[in-house]
Design a protein around this ligand. Structure first.
Ligand SMILES: Cc1cc2nc3c(=O)[nH]c(=O)nc-3n(C[C@H](O)[C@H](O)[C@H](O)COP(=O)(O)OP(=O)(O)OC[C@H]3O[C@@H](n4cnc5c(N)ncnc54)[C@H](O)[C@@H]3O)c2cc1C
Length: 695
């Protein structure tokens, strides 16, 4: 008899487990997998839909960083399995992921916004095709290599722009002392390849001595020049930042003891301890990881905090261990690029999907003398299908590509008209909708094993008996934090150059809070369904944290999502009125003070003035399961491992479990799903990066 596995939730973590559980004929013989998903689509925080004009509507900006080895490997398999005809869009893995090499950061220096634009060089490695484990010395060597490049540029910049006197002195000292110091340290590190740990320890002292001496000298030479010269500021702050990381890594033995060993402190505090100047700490360089990981306590931009080890790991992975390109965008929405292939691959492998099934409670019991186990699952069915035999077919087609819609496909539902008329959001935790039926699944009859893939902020509502039976669950719920986020998307009638942005197609962050991140997503236009000649020429995504309660309100607060959505609207309008002109100087009408030109918004025939914004897309991600998981200092130890839930027949997955990565990201969710597969089956599965990065 096959073991019945109930997978609760259909996000990146849960679908990874479902995929691996059904991956081979042997596994399919052994396991019968069913995914229970609230509402009409998969993807969770990465779910997307198609709105008016086939436009893509996301939870927020999503990209894959180039180091997402496990996520890319999974996607390679899914695309291969789908075996789409080459005439289809996104027919292959290579078509589905497009390189993004340009990262930009705003930096508020001397009272004005200045810009870092970093074009990351590409390499010949291919994402998802296996990766040799990184060695500790490679990290040091990589950092020193960049430090040396910055130093060379610093020399160049100085002799070009500084006064002859200081330039000469600096040139002399730099050549005689600085280069030698960095080179020496570099060679020492490279030589450590053979006996990493021991060599690192012995050379640690030497490297630190050299670095400290060098930094003291550098600041003495340069600090008076950098205020008026942004390039010099960038190079000096860049070098100082790299050095503080290096010194910290060596001094705290991070590469030997593991990144978690410094997770008890905040990243900026850790950098400060290792010599970073206040100027560097205020700059965009450390800030970038706070913004990229939306690391603000309760979503409050004034309370930035992130665990040092998690931040350092993510920075090193992003900057030094990418395959091919630093980042990849999706050739369609995240839902269509990631979750359609995962869905189709799972379907082919015989996984069952129960859409419109809302998990209400996971009930565990303990019988004397044995470990507690999940014995019942209380699940509401939200709707009746018109054709229950056929099941629900969730996808639509836009320009020959299977896509997730932005609403349920009402025509398949008995209650479809009512849902449409009453504008019911079946995905919402706060919906007033009365479900049509509740079923109680019994262990041994309806399921044998449970994979819980619903995020941590939902646990207090869904798992009270688990929390009562196992204090580790209560601690996890109290200590693993998550926050609300907000996002909006614009479609505009002018191209980027005409809006005043001239440096490529960026992902930009460290801008005004709370909308600190923007990415140009114009490349998606061919996948949307706009009719010429009034199609937009630019698509832009903005997102950031959203201040809000530490604990999401209970489901009876039906008005909560609408209130938060209104706040998100006001934030978006304020951003357009006051801030966007910094990025796009030509998006304003020439009044004094300049105001955003609302006529740029497409479609162009609806609304006047600010009211035209209502034709765009915005959202507040406030459901417990939509909240973004944070890696705050000292919280990793409260996370539970998928193989150690304390319940006999239960494993867990998601970016909130102890997955070794901790920052809220698709790669962490995928790793968690792989760990859950291992926990459930006892089988081996190689997780890339596990031996070094995620120890
Ligand atoms: C605005 C934003 C931007 C982001 N940008 C990036 C990025 O650029 N790159 C990156 O790597 N990561 C990014 N992330 C993080 C990434 O989206 C998440 O880490 C990842 O999607 C989490 O997957 P998960 O499986 O842990 O959980 P989720 O995606 O939250 O999945 C949970 C699943 O459970 C379902 N569910 C919830 N409640 C119930 C219930 N009661 N019954 C049944 N099902 C239920 C949900 O519908 C969903 O299917 C971003 C997140 C946000 C919010």
């Amino acid at each position: 008899m096959k073991k019945k596995v109930a997978v609760l939730g259909g996000g990146a973590g849960a679908l990874t487990t479902a995929y691996y559980l059904s991956r081979t004929p042997e596994l399919r013989e052994e396991y019968d997998v069913t995914v229970y998903q609230v509402g009409w689509r998969l993807g969770g925080k990465g779910a997307s839909g198609r709105g008016p004009n086939g436009r893509i509507e996301e939870h927020g900006l999503h990209i894959f960083w180039g180091f997402y080895e496990n996520a890319f490997a999974l996607m390679r398999e899914c695309y291969k399995l789908m075996d789409r005809p080459l005439t289809m869009p996104l027919a292959t893995f290579e078509e589905a992921f497009r390189p993004r090499d340009l990262v930009a950061m705003e930096d508020f220096v001397q009272g004005t916004w200045q810009r870092w634009v970093i074009p990351f060089p590409s390499n010949t490695r291919r994402p998802g095709e296996g990766l040799e484990e990184t060695a500790a010395w490679q990290v040091i060597a990589g950092l020193l290599d960049v430090a040396r490049q910055i130093f060379d540029r610093l020399k160049g910049g100085l002799s070009l722009s500084a006064e002859r006197g200081p330039a000469l002195i600096i040139e002399e000292v730099v050549l005689a002392v600085g280069t030698r110091m960095i080179q020496q340290a570099y060679e020492l590190a490279s030589n450590a390849a053979q006996t990493q740990a021991a060599a690192l320890e012995s050379l640690g002292g030497k490297i630190l001595e050299l670095m400290r001496e060098f930094l003291r000298w550098l600041w003495a030479q340069i600090s008076h020049l950098i205020e008026s010269n942004f390039l010099l500021y960038q190079l000096t702050v860049g070098l100082d930042f790299l050095m503080a990381n290096l010194i910290g890594i060596v001094e705290d033995g991070v590469l030997v003891k593991g990144f978690n060993s410094i997770d008890g402190v905040d990243y900026r505090e850790w950098l400060r301890k290792h010599g970073a100047t206040e100027l560097t700490l205020r700059s965009a360089l450390p800030r970038v990881i706070y913004d990229a990981a939306m690391s603000m306590v309760d979503g409050d931009p004034d309370r930035q905090s992130i665990a040092a080890g998690s931040a350092l790991r993510a920075m090193l992975r992003i900057g030094f261990s990418y395959q091919g390109h630093v980042a990849y965008e999706f050739a369609a929405s995240m839902g269509d690029t990631i979750f359609v292939p995962l869905y189709e691959a799972c379907l082919r492998n015989g996984v069952h999907f129960k859409f419109f099934h809302r998990v209400e409670e996971v009930i565990a019991t303990r019988t004397p003398g044995s470990r507690p186990r999940v014995t019942r699952l209380r699940i509401s069915r939200q709707v009746d299908l018109k054709d229950p035999e056929a099941g629900y077919d969730p996808l639509i087609t836009v320009k020959n590509l299977p896509c997730w819609p932005d609403k349920p496909l009402y025509e398949q539902l008995v209650q479809g008209e009512q849902l449409l008329r009453e504008n019911i959001d079946l995905e919402s935790f706060y919906t007033p909708w009365k479900n049509v039926a509740e079923q109680v699944l019994e262990e041994g009859k309806d399921f044998d094993q449970v994979v819980f893939g619903i995020p941590v902020a939902s646990v207090r509502y869904l798992c009270p008996t688990l929390m009562a039976l196992n204090p580790a669950w209560g601690r996890m719920v109290d200590e693993v934090p998550s926050i609300q986020t907000q996002a909006f998307q614009l479609w505009l009638s002018k191209d980027q150059r005409a809006l005043g942005w001239t440096v490529g197609s960026p992902m930009l962050t460290c801008f005004v809070e709370p909308i600190d991140t923007w990415a140009d997503m114009t490349s998606l236009l061919p996948r949307e369904g706009w009719a010429q000649p009034n199609a937009p020429l630019t698509v832009a995504y903005f997102c950031g944290p959203m201040p809000g309660p530490a604990i999401p309100p209970p489901p009876t607060e039906h008005d909560f999502p609408a209130q938060q959505k209104e706040l998100a609207l006001q934030n978006a309008l304020s951003f357009l009125r006051n801030d966007l002109g910094v990025l796009w100087p030509k998006c304003t009408q020439s009044k004094n003070p300049p105001v955003f030109d609302w006529t740029l918004l497409v479609p162009s025939n609806e609304g006047v003035g600010e009211a035209r914004f209502t034709t765009q897309y915005w959202r507040a991600n406030v459901d417990p399961s939509e909240r973004y998981t944070l890696a705050l200092p000292g919280t990793a130890k409260a996370r539970i491992r998928p193989d150690n839930t304390g319940f006999e027949n239960l494993t867990i997955c998601g970016d909130w479990v102890d997955n070794g990565f901790y920052i809220g990201a698709a790669e962490g969710a995928v790793i968690s799903g792989m760990l859950a597969f291992r926990a459930l089956t006892g089988r081996k599965l190689h997780i890339s990066g596990e031996a070094f990065w995620y120890r």
